[in-house]
Design a protein around this ligand. Structure first.
Ligand code: SAM
Length: 327
């Protein structure tokens, strides 16, 4: 019987971030070290049938939403096949994807057809030189990917911009105009001290409350709403369709409403982005656990969810990189 998944702090867990790889074809300086080699090996990756089993167990307990992420999910071979399997899980009614869009132009149609409805694209700069400095990648490919996503019918398409003082904070207004022009949603994100890279980038941290005030001086902001149940607080620019989400894990954390857990590619379930609490599914799956036992394991895992992250109090806390946890 589905009695829902409720953690020790009374929060319903209804959302799984599913990382299908820890590898990435970009090297954003605040995320993955340029010379990073310590990726998981293929035999450690959950297979598509294993992923489907774990997600089905979550869905049987009330999880309704899954976001495929990574690393960069599009570097996992045959991703549309996995998406199709997940989309067919009964009761799962929201399947979405986070991507850097480098390879999206090639895959957008197949992913949409496979049942992915919504898509988030990371984009920190519209300036090709700067984009390369931040990510080591090519902006053109990302823009091509975004346009392909539009043509394929993804809606909404959200742009995730990590706002960094002295790196791209002078581009927020440009990004706003870009999103108005293309009918994208914009989400601004504070830099988090996740892994050494994230901590090194902390000197670029910018409190988004100040950004909101700055935008309010230039644009008529009114409270906005977006479907999706995420942590962003939205403002709309009056007279346009643009919603701007402010994701403020540092200046105003939202842990009391946290409804998610993260399943890494190696089968580790991370209960919090900013803590080490975890549960290992892979050994159980490979030891032949039954479906009923798997459901019980999921229930148990949720009892391990901590109350909140401590990015401010203990910024040294999380040593693993974002790409490992699944962003
Ligand atoms: N590759 C996919 C993408 O680019 O969206 C999914 C994974 S990526 C790790 C997910 C998100 O995490 C991206 O928007 C990225 O900018 C963000 N991210 C990575 N490290 C971060 C940090 N230290 N602080 C804030 N956001 C971070």
């Amino acid at each position: 019987m589905n009695t829902g998944l409720v953690d020790p702090f009374g929060r319903s867990v209804e959302y799984v971030r599913l990382s299908v790889t820890d590898r990435c074809d970009l090297r954003c300086f605040y995320c993955l070290p340029g010379d990073y080699r310590d990726f998981s090996e293929p035999d450690e990756w959950l297979t598509f049938p294993e992923i489907e089993r774990v997600i089905s167990a979550f869905a049987s307990l009330g999880v309704r939403r899954v976001r495929i992420t990574g690393g960069e999910p599009l570097v996992r071979k045959d991703l549309p096949l996995l998406a199709r399997r997940l989309a067919a899980i009964p009761d799962l009614d929201d399947l979405s994807l986070s991507t850097n869009a480098v390879a999206l132009a090639r895959h957008a149609g197949a992913l949409r057809e496979a049942g992915i409805g919504r898509i988030n694209v990371s984009l920190d700069s519209l300036n090709a030189v700067r984009f390369r400095e931040i990510t080591r990648g090519k902006l053109d490919k990302v823009l091509d990917g975004l346009m392909a996503a539009k043509r394929a019918g993804f809606a909404p398409i959200k742009i995730n911009m990590v706002v960094m003082k002295g790196v791209n904070d002078d581009e927020i207004e440009d990004m706003v105009e870009f999103c108005i022009e293309h009918d994208f949603t914009l989400r601004l994100i504070e830099t988090m001290p996740v892994g050494d890279t994230g901590r090194n980038a902390s000197n670029h941290y910018l409190d988004l409350q100040t950004v909101r005030q700055r935008l309010a001086e230039r644009f008529p902001l009114i409270p906005g709403v977006m479907p999706g149940g995420g942590p962003a607080r939205y403002m709309q620019i009056a007279g346009t369709k643009l919603n701007i989400g402010f994701i403020t894990p540092i200046s105003q954390h939202f842990c009391e409403t946290c409804n998610r857990v993260r399943l890494a590619v190696d089968g580790t379930l991370y209960l919090c982005l900013g803590q080490e609490h975890r549960f290992e599914f892979r050994p159980l799956l490979r030891a032949g656990i039954s479906d009923a036992e798997l459901v019980e394991a999921v229930r148990h895992a949720i009892t391990l969810k901590p109350e909140r992250h401590e990015f401010r109090e203990r910024p040294q806390q999380v040593v693993r990189f974002m790409a490992k946890t699944g962003g």
